[in-house]
Ligand binder design. Structure first.
Ligand code: NQM
Length: 362
């Protein structure tokens, strides 16, 4: 059987850290073409379902249970297609309903390593179609002498040490999972009695002020993770929001995420606590942060009042999160109806951790 053969031969696999996530990267041709068979194989490689993933390659968190499937693209003006799959940890779930901007940081280097894209002499720009959201990102990273250079001096919050920059520029991220930037049709809604802005610029996210949930917004990850009553409220809130966003029943989906906002307190421009979708994030997702900032920039949105202090001469927005800062670049043209995203982007790093053959459990 197919199962048996993968246990004997294994599967060609590269593990990379992308931003603050870690994932298994595959070429599509090395995986079963049938999605059900592919998902079954991926769960057995990752060691899901098991809270420790002791018999697999996962790291016992959702941020380390991620998959990238990469293939040459037949779309015009695109080099490779990238399908992101979020695996559960203790539940046997595989979801293609969300994208991941952190794992994305590893896709360009992976494509060059595997010869899917020819490297430039100094740096390489890889045009990546993000299949989950049918949008394009351009990843630019150093390739001196035609080889990917992972070493560099860029530090990002949540990752020890420094590494080479991977600059990610996004286009067409509006409505990534829902079809529109403001999926409820409003810039502000009242959900479960709480003022909310539902926004989708790369990631569907529901924004609310931390104060609306009786929080300061400066709670630690552990405090939030231990507050069961809060997490239940967050879940009810995001499920109701999902209905208004036309996403249907999301009880087993990893989207929409929730982001709670507060005034900055560490030199940034907003302080965030995000939930993916119910467990608190140790930092914040890339596309999650891009969506948060996009929402806040819209007049009338939750948190828009905080943007009054933002410098007008820069599009670099410093987003505070539980373990540091994430700088995102978002430019919105609010003069049009509906508002239009002119550009968004972020700087990440990535590192190849191993390249070899991965063996699934039975
Ligand atoms: O928002 C976590 C992460 C993410 C997603 C999650 C992400 C993004 O931090 O682009 O990267 O939302 O589950 O990797």
């Amino acid at each position: 059987t197919v199962r048996g053969s993968y246990q004997d031969t294994g599967v060609r696999c590269t593990m990379l850290r992308g931003g603050t996530s870690r994932g298994l990267f595959f070429e599509a041709q090395d995986l079963p073409a049938d999605p059900a068979e592919r998902n079954d194989l991926l769960l057995r490689l990752m060691g899901t379902p098991d809270p420790l993933q002791i018999d697999g390659l996962g790291g016992a968190t959702t941020l380390t249970s991620k998959i990238a499937v990469v293939s040459p693209s037949d779309a015009p003006e695109v080099d490779v297609d990238y399908l992101f799959l979020q695996l559960g940890v203790d539940e046997a779930t595989v979801s293609d309903r969300q994208n991941c901007g952190n794992i994305l940081a590893g896709v360009g280097p992976f494509a060059v390593e595997r010869g899917l894209v020819a490297a430039g002499d100094e740096e390489t720009a890889v045009r990546i179609r993000m299949v989950n959201s049918d949008s394009v990102a351009v990843a630019t990273f150093p390739t001196p002498g035609g080889r990917v250079e992972y070493r560099g001096d860029i530090e990002i919050a949540g990752v020890p040490g420094a590494a080479a920059p991977v600059v990610l520029a996004f286009t067409d991220t509006e409505g990534s999972a829902t079809g529109s930037l403001l999926p409820t049709g409003h810039v502000r809604d009242t959900i479960e009695g709480i003022d909310a802005t539902c926004i989708d610029n790369g990631m569907p996210v529901v924004l609310a002020l931390a104060g609306s949930f009786g929080l300061t917004g400066y709670e630690s990850h552990e405090e939030l993770a231990g507050d069961t009553a809060l997490l239940e409220r967050i879940d009810a809130f995001r499920r109701k929001a999902a209905q208004l966003m036309g996403m249907g029943d999301v009880s087993s989906a990893s989207v929409p995420k929730t982001a709670l906002l507060a005034a900055p307190r560490d030199g940034g421009q907003v302080c965030t606590r995000s939930f993916i979708p119910v467990r608190p994030h140790t930092s914040i997702g890339v596309l999650g942060a891009v969506s948060v900032v996009t929402g806040m920039l819209l007049p009338g949105a939750v948190g828009h009042e905080l943007t009054a202090d933002w410098p007008t001469d820069t599009s670099r927005v410093d987003v505070e999160h539980p373990t540091g800062h994430l700088l995102v670049d978002v430019v919105v043209d609010g003069a049009t109806t509906p508002p239009r995203v002119v550009r968004s982007g972020v700087v990440r790093t990535a590192r190849k951790l191993f390249d070899g053959t991965a063996f699934p459990r039975a």
